[in-house]
Design a protein around this ligand. Structure first.
Ligand code: ARG
Ligand code: ASP
Length: 720
């Protein structure tokens, strides 16, 4: 029996080591134990402590969270940060207007005085990472936890983090926050000590015709020719501590910044990326894979297709609307194309079957090892997925078509305090409540909101929603559309825009001048929005009935896999924490007999040029530099100008802006995308298809130097 068990575990281990070499988003403190030998075998020249040192400076100190969903890297002793153009996009948009359109023309601060503050933008350093599993598990044991969800609850875990570090520490250290995050479905915990800087200024951005070249047509595509980068600077108070924007702040002198290599890397050379991947689903079961494909992704693809068509029509008609909706449109198509790519990969690689085989392996192993809890967890997951099917479909339809699809459904609807104030006689209170109301309204009713566009989209969304979701499952207000408007959606939408406070700026201002309770209570747009929000809450509540069982089954399933494989071979799903992925520079074959090289050049930009299509316009200055072959020291050996390259690194959303490093830890590129054939890698790494798309640092340097003439920025950097 013992021998049999040993043999089984040996086979399982061998199988698990067939996991592809480049798969994985590794935690830095576990690097040595889990991956260092493999990294060195394919070329890494560094030791684990060069990358991550618990007590002294290491490469990880130059990697930051940029804003809330991207990565950035520090590249000078004066706090200069590089990230993607698409990560800086909404900030560049905020600074833009028709008069100075930095999205179209680019922006370069030639002196520090010209650098532009961005209220709300932060940059976060990770000061410390500690395994706190024992600490958390011992607290969980003492905890009565009526919800059964504390083991995953950010609130509960972050309270534990604060308790552990102590209020005194947090008060003494300005801008420092602590966070405990669950890993492997709550089988392990790490605590992160973070330092957050809030004076981050825009230093430079290429025009969109470089930084967003190829736009949505090329998004998620290889071969790619986008100079997807922007430049910011971190400011601090005189002590180097985080401080809100102030003219007296000074550039931060960081602990660490990356050296830059303009030598480039060749095919099969080692490459690694450090950053903050957002979410992956490596531990999905086969049922969840099918759910993702048939419910989530299918709804998203259908609804966004319609919504984007309507939005684009308005954008192409009017340059003002094009600026207003640029970021919204890009965000929408981004997730839309991702859903298409993921469904393609699920089918192409039969990921359902891949996961099924893994489940069967676990069931077999559990039988041999007398661990009935793991097959039980699988049964629970299968049941949950089937039981929530209907609700999940309704939830995705509601979200995509109404909650996110139509902007005015997020109008402020909790008006009790305002109504109370208006009913009362206290003038100051009334004014205060009106101010709150205006601020809340501003979240969607701002300079980027076009009522005409929202109206047009609403008509399309409502028609689609009503044709798919049965009347009994629609928000209650929908009955009014039938009664009052005889089901005529167009008439309904036009009427509520005419009547509502939010229908136009004129209406809104008129209301603010003479606010009345009656106007609020009978406002059809607010009533409609409330009805959608109520339905959202009802579905969320119904779905949350499954949360505890799901979390506990998922926890057990992952635990089983870890026990079966041994944790050396397994990395936890991405959860917006600092990770490293490594691999090699490599092209790929997208289809039979076809092969994509790993490097693109400026020639490709010129090949794609189309002055009649906004996505592929090439600026004249870039054409001149190309014609004159004025590439400085940045070109390839054969004289061509590099633009982007691909590597087998295992990245995902959130890795945008991540530093891509050579075997000595020098910066050779900035990650910005994946190929659409590879996005299924969020469920299962795809060695044959999955590639990170990286802007070559030589293109970045060339644009800063030759295109923008911002040589002072290059002088700040350490060039190898
Ligand atoms: N696909 C990349 C990512 O997921 C880039 C997105 C920005 N670009 C765009 N055209 N929407 O973030
Ligand atoms: N473009 C993504 C991001 O913004 C990266 C990816 O999904 O590969 O993080």
């Amino acid at each position: 029996m013992k021998i049999r068990l040993f043999l089984i575990s040996l086979i399982v281990n061998i199988l698990s080591f067939q996991l592809w070499a480049d798969e994985g988003m590794w935690l830095l403190p576990l690097l040595k134990q889990q991956r260092l030998a493999e990294m060195q075998a394919i070329g890494l020249k560094l030791q684990d402590y060069d990358i991550y040192h618990p007590d002294s400076s290491s490469l990880k100190d130059a990697v930051v969270v940029f804003g809330s969903g991207c990565t950035g890297e520090v590249v000078s002793s004066n706090g200069l940060v590089l990230t993607n153009h698409h990560c800086g996009y909404s900030w560049i948009q905020q600074q833009s207007s028709l008069a100075h359109d930095y999205l179209t023309d680019g922006f370069w601060a030639m002196t520090k005085e010209q650098e532009l503050p961005n209220p709300g933008l932060t940059v976060t350093f990770i000061e410390k990472i500690e395994d706190v599993s024992d600490y958390v598990l011992s607290h969980l044991k003492q905890d009565p936890d009526s919800t059964g969800m504390n083991f995953l609850s950010p609130k509960y875990l972050n309270n534990l983090a604060k308790e552990k570090i102590g209020q005194a520490f947090l008060q003494e250290h300005i801008g420092v926050e602590v966070e405990i995050k669950p890993f492997y479905g709550g089988n392990q915990y790490f605590m992160f000590t973070k330092k957050i800087y809030s004076d981050v200024r825009l230093v430079g951005a290429p025009p969109s015709s470089i930084g967003k070249f190829g736009a949505d047509t090329d998004n998620w595509m290889w071969p790619r020719h986008t100079g997807d980068f922007s430049v910011f600077r971190i400011y601090a108070d005189a002590n180097g501590d985080p401080a809100p924007y102030a003219t007296t702040n000074v550039p931060l002198h960081p602990k660490r910044w990356f050296k830059i290599s303009a030598q480039g890397i060749e095919d099969n050379d080692f490459a690694m990326m450090i950053g903050f991947p957002g979410r992956t689903y490596k531990y999905y079961t086969s049922w969840e894979v099918a759910e993702r494909r048939d419910v989530d992704n299918t709804v998203r693809i259908n609804i966004r297709n319609l919504r984007q068509e309507a939005m684009l029509e308005e954008m192409l008609k009017d340059p003002a609307i094009r600026i207003q909706y640029a970021s919204k449109y890009a965000g929408s198509t981004n997730a839309y194309k991702n859903a298409i790519g993921m469904n393609w990969a699920i089918n192409k690689h039969d990921l359902e079957q891949v996961k099924r085989e893994e489940q069967e392996k676990l069931i077999l192993w559990s039988k041999q090892s007398d661990k009935p809890e793991y097959p039980k967890a699988l049964q629970a997951l299968e049941w949950i997925v089937s039981a929530r099917k209907d609700l999940r479909f309704r939830s995705w339809m509601l979200d995509e078509a109404l909650s996110r699809g139509i902007e005015f459904t997020s109008a402020p609807v909790n008006l009790n305090a305002l109504i109370d104030a208006l009913n009362g006689t206290d003038k100051a209170k009334q004014e205060e409540q009106i101010r709150f109301f205006t601020t809340a309204a501003n979240r969607f009713f701002n300079k980027n909101y076009s009522p005409e566009t929202d109206m047009k989209i609403a008509k399309v969304m409502l028609k689609e929603y009503r044709s798919i979701i049965p009347a009994s499952s629609q928000p209650t207000y929908f009955a009014r559309i039938d009664k009052q408007y005889k089901g005529d959606i167009d008439r309904f939408v036009e009427a509520i825009f005419k009547q509502s406070i939010f229908g136009s700026e004129t209406n809104f201002n008129a209301f603010i001048k003479h606010p009345t309770v009656k106007a609020l209570e009978k406002d059809p747009m607010l009533l409609f929005a409330k009805s959608v929000q109520d339905e959202r809450a009802a579905i969320t509540a119904a779905l949350s009935e499954f949360d505890t069982d799901y979390a506990s089954a998922h926890h057990d399933y992952v635990k089983g896999l870890l026990e079966m494989y041994g944790d050396r071979a397994n990395f936890p799903d991405a959860n917006s924490t600092l990770r490293l992925t490594y691999g090699q520079k490599k092209g790929y074959s997208p289809r039979d007999a076809d092969y994509y090289l790993s490097q693109t050049t400026l020639e490709g930009v010129m090949e794609k040029e189309d002055p009649d299509n906004w996505e592929f316009v090439v600026p004249q200055h870039l054409k001149d530099l190309y014609a004159a072959k004025d590439f400085g020291a940045y070109c390839l050996k054969d004289g061509r100008m590099p633009v982007a390259f691909t590597a087998t690194t295992h990245s995902t959303g959130g890795n945008s802006g991540s530093p891509v490093l050579n075997n000595k830890g020098e910066l050779v590129g900035i990650n910005f995308d994946r190929n659409w054939e590879g996005v299924g890698g969020d469920l299962q790494y795809l060695p044959d298809y999955q590639r990170s798309i990286i802007v070559d640092i030589r293109y970045v340097l060339f644009i800063i130097d030759k295109y923008a003439g911002a040589v002072h920025l290059l002088n700040e950097m350490d060039m190898e």
